[in-house]
Design a protein around this ligand. Structure first.
Ligand code: SF4
Length: 450
């Protein structure tokens, strides 16, 4: 079944990653193999109906496309609007109108669905004033069933924390925040044009605790331009001293979409950056943190953002906002247009803002599940696989199991265990011919500048 030899396949994966502006390269089917999904409102609604008939549970993800300014290391398609002034105010006023228009497209299909999680990401959601934040939550609650107490996570810039905002977050049901710290080194922040007050992180963390928002994740990035190993480890030690319940260690990805890359900047050697990040995980482990997924560790097994944790299970997520990704389990996934004006124009006319997507049936979900577990845990729990998908792994994937066995994986009655990280091989074994051919076609189009 393998279509490409090892070296050609590795080059294929690297080229697919370069197509990715979402951070979704690790999905299956991978983002680089997705197709044009413009003008497919009815197909998308049908996919949701099909999916929700199977799994009557979903999470809601809302993307806010604005930031005060653009950090040089960031690959996300954000629109800088400043932290105060008329541009900020007008942007959020237009955004709330557009978000409501998009929500109205989907709310009839979700009428009988209780949302199990709400994640508000960006961009910088904490740029909203308290009044805008209240309107934002009221809008969502009017369109969807968001039960009290459902995990509600909001991404927060450390400079945005005020007592008034925290009171509103609490009143709106926010019970978990994700503080995008990235770095606390003055030199690194300056080099990356990131505006962030020094010493704000500890204050933000203390204020959150004082307001009873105890679920706190802190994000750091390893391998940032201008960052030395000692600087990253110093940041991490300061974060560990605060004892947030989750710490997320990202790796700097110098996609063609960062300002750093556009100015000809490079990233550090992948192996060296990974070695520093591994040392970070070791420090977290020594401090009592446990592994949650390949990028984060938590103080307890429950210290996690439930929307993105264990996406190898039966999870559906409806994404709203520019650049939001949706996953209708067993039916499809797609991404909205990332450009804010284009997104707005479409939703106000009642059109779907989806731009790329892929049909994703039960077999693709099983492959995604297997790839994710074999990558994150180096092991696949066979009973869990059967519980989630209703099928035996070895019954569905005998060729793949045998191929991994030839490379040293051990299959027992309970699990399939890899002897070491086999990132490339796992993908080479599972990637289907259709994914490879669509990915190659997209790579050719990129090269031809289409
Ligand atoms: S890193 Fe965060 S604050 Fe900086 S541009 Fe990206 S989303 Fe905005």
């Amino acid at each position: 079944m393998m279509q490409l030899k090892e070296t050609a396949f590795d080059a294929f994966l690297a080229a697919l990653k370069r197509l990715d502006y979402t951070g979704y390269a690790e999905q299956y089917p991978p983002f680089g193999s997705w197709e044009d999904f413009t003008g497919r409102r009815e197909e998308i609604l049908a996919a949701w109906r099909e999916s929700l008939a199977r799994v009557k549970e979903a999470g809601l993800f809302v993307n806010i496309p604005f930031c005060r300014s653009r950090c040089r290391f960031c690959f996300l398609p954000v629109t800088p609007i400043g932290s105060s002034g008329p541009a900020r105010k007008r942007s959020f006023s237009l955004y709330l109108e557009a978000l409501d228009a998009e929500a109205s497209i989907f709310s009839p299909v979700f009428k009988k669905i209780k949302m199990s999680t709400l994640y508000i990401g960006g961009g910088t959601p904490s740029l909203m004033t308290p009044a805008e934040t209240s309107s934002f939550f009221a809008l969502l609650r009017a369109r969807f069933d968001l039960p009290q107490g459902c995990q509600t996570v909001l991404e927060l810039h450390p400079d945005d924390v005020t007592a008034e905002k925290l009171s509103v977050y609490k009143a709106c049901g926010v019970n978990r925040v994700c503080i995008g710290v990235q770095s606390m080194d003055e030199g690194v922040l300056a080099k990356n044009a990131r505006r962030q007050g020094l010493g704000r992180v500890a204050k933000a963390h203390a204020a959150l605790k004082a307001h009873g928002i105890n679920g706190v994740n802190i994000d750091l990035i390893c391998g940032l331009p201008g960052q030395e190993k000692a600087s990253f480890l110093r940041d991490l030690s300061e974060v560990i001293a605060l004892r947030p319940d989750q710490v997320h260690l990202n790796t700097f990805i110098n996609t063609p979409y960062t300002l750093h890359a556009k100015a000809g900047g490079r990233s550090g050697a992948e192996v060296a950056v990974e070695a520093v990040r591994s040392e970070g995980f070791r420090l977290l482990s020594e401090a009592g943190y446990q592994k949650i997924d390949s990028d984060s560790m938590g103080l307890t097994p429950g210290s996690r953002n439930r929307q993105s944790a264990d996406l190898s299970g039966k999870r559906s997520v409806l994404g709203l906002g520019p650049g939001a990704v949706s996953r209708a389990f067993g039916a499809g996934r797609y991404i909205n247009r990332t450009d804010w004006p284009g997104y707005r124009e479409l939703v106000l006319k009642g059109f779907s803002p989806a731009v790329k997507g892929v049909a994703c049936g039960p077999r693709e979900e099983m492959i995604y599940s297997a790839i994710t577990q074999l990558t994150d845990n180096l092991s696949l729990n066979l009973a869990e696989f059967k519980r989630v998908h209703g099928k035996s792994f070895t019954g569905v994937f005998p060729y793949e199991a045998a191929e991994l066995g030839r490379a040293g994986a051990v299959l027992s009655g309970r699990s399939l265990k890899l002897p070491k990280n086999m990132w490339g091989l796992v993908r080479r074994v599972f990637y289907q011919p259709g994914v490879i051919s669509r990915g190659l076609a997209n790579i050719r189009s990129m090269k031809q500048g289409r």
